[in-house]
Design a protein around this ligand. Structure first.
Ligand code: GBH
Length: 446
């Protein structure tokens, strides 16, 4: 028996997101998204990169599906671009957008790959941003109508839905720190966005139940279970409060525990909540998704009388500068399982950026060596195995990512794929990690 024997029904998948891979930004009636706009603000995205072409998956999805099929990949987590379905955010539905995702989901099914769709992976229609975006409560209702359209038009082909990807990033990076679109820097704006994202999620869950379509629905969080730097009481308290801010602001209301009052009081923040919102947000979900890359450490800083958050810099790092902490993966899975009361969990993203080594082999073929990624994956698979052995109800894993792609503010400078993209030709070249993943899925994981 190998150390990496997983349950027979464990789902092995890969993940991508619309803006990061699709390209075809101006085709077939797609509307402008906040990322199209953000990419064009000088200095926001590495070297002024944008999503106009990306990996051109919009046209090349048959090849990507073939690559997945050949590796034995069982499920594909992609996201639906809201601006393709409803170009102005509200109102008219674009039939060509629906047709694209019907074709994609059909082709996946024909290849024996389960389509798993995320409804929102950050590409908000710009028309909604012009009216305040996630700061505006109306955006949550617009999302509900968009989600309903997806369930009606695609619900016969797609049976696993994820409402939002990492609302922490949408709210805090988009409206708080301004590192992501729409680039706003205001902590109060960020909290308004948090609440409206949570509300949007709850409204979509309710709409899914009302649709009567078969399948399951959940949400993906990048929860951060900060580890206190030491066992010292002040560090522990600082970490707890940082967990409230970074995780419980999202998991709390969805899991029916409400918002973390202690953090809100300390930060002097009020939630723009209306009666009944918390019931909507707490609509029961079928599963929770965890995106895990690294673990943060939190320490109390006497000088500023505030906490500081950092990654354990003494550990080895990926090309993102993120520390490699596989044991933190087990801790995150345990925390999420306790917080969600034991519902099924999926790892909806995990992987790493690497400086890949491209070489020409003796047959003149390009090969891509990424031993660091294989080591990262193996250590994280072992951590998942440990979590399963502890009885955590983990049902599947989606490797981020199938392809190198547009890494947000880093543009194309960071590569997360198990398939290499030559951006001058858009040629796909499976990396060594692709074959490693294929072996693992086949049951030869070591
Ligand atoms: C995911 O975001 C995204 O869903 C995906 O689209 C993206 O390509 C992928 O990961 C890789 O980045 O504040 O410096 O301590 C992950 C985003 C990464 C956000 C870690 C929080 C903490 C870094 N998260 N980050 S820091």
């Amino acid at each position: 028996m190998s150390q990496l024997d997983f349950p027979r029904d464990f789902v092995w998948g890969t993940a991508t997101a619309s803006f990061q891979v699709e390209g075809a930004a101006f085709e077939d009636g797609r509307g402008e998204s906040i990322w199209d706009r953000f990419c064009r603000i000088p200095g926001k995205v590495f070297a002024g990169h944008n999503g106009d072409v990306a990996c051109d998956q919009y046209h090349r999805y048959p090849e990507d599906i073939r690559l997945m099929k050949e590796a034995g990949i069982q499920a594909y987590r992609f996201s639906i671009a809201w601006p393709r379905i409803i170009p102005l955010g509200t109102g008219a539905v674009n039939p060509k957008g629906i047709a694209y995702y019907r074709a994609l989901a059909t082709a996946l099914r024909e290849a024996g790959i389960e389509p798993v769709a995320t409804l929102y992976h950050w590409d908000l229609p710009q028309a909604l941003q012009d009216k305040g975006g996630w700061e505006n409560r109306e955006t949550a209702y617009a999302f509900e109508a968009y989600a309903r359209t997806c369930f009606t038009e695609l619900g016969d082909l797609i049976h696993q839905w994820i409402t939002l990807n990492e609302p922490w990033c949408s709210a805090y990076l988009g409206y708080g720190m301004g590192a992501h679109a729409p680039g706003i820097q205001d902590k109060h704006a960020a909290v308004r966005a948090v609440h409206h994202l949570n509300l949007a999620h709850g409204l979509a869950v309710r709409a899914f139940r009302e649709s009567g379509k078969p399948g399951t629905i959940g949400i993906t969080w990048n929860i951060m279970v900060h580890r206190p730097a030491t066992r010292n009481e002040k560090d522990r308290l600082a970490a707890e409060i940082a967990i409230e801010r970074d995780s419980r602001m999202f998991t709390g209301p969805v899991c029916g525990h409400g918002y973390p009052r202690r953090f809100l009081e300390q930060a002097g923040i009020t939630i723009p909540e209306q009666p009944g919102d918390l019931d909507i947000i707490a609509s029961p979900i079928d599963f929770a998704g965890l995106n895990y890359y690294s673990e943060n450490v939190v320490a109390w800083d006497e000088l500023t009388e505030d906490h500081i958050r950092f990654m354990p810099t003494w550990q080895e790092k990926t090309d993102m500068g993120w520390s490699i902490v596989p044991q933190g993966f087990v801790r995150h899975l345990r925390w999420l399982s306790a917080e969600t009361g034991g519902i099924p969990l999926y790892v909806t993203e995990n992987g790493c950026a690497q400086k890949d080594v491209v070489v020409i082999d003796e047959h003149g073929q390009k090969r891509v060596h990424d031993a660091g990624r294989i080591a990262y994956l193996r250590d994280h698979f072992l951590a998942m195995k440990q979590a399963l052995d502890e009885g955590i109800p983990l049902k599947g894993y989606f490797l981020w990512s199938l392809l190198d792609n547009f890494e947000w503010a880093h543009g194309y400078s960071k590569r997360f794929g198990i398939v290499y993209i030559d951006y001058s030709t858009l040629q796909r070249i499976p990396k060594d990690s692709y074959y490693y993943y294929r072996d693992l899925i086949a049951g030869y994981g070591e």
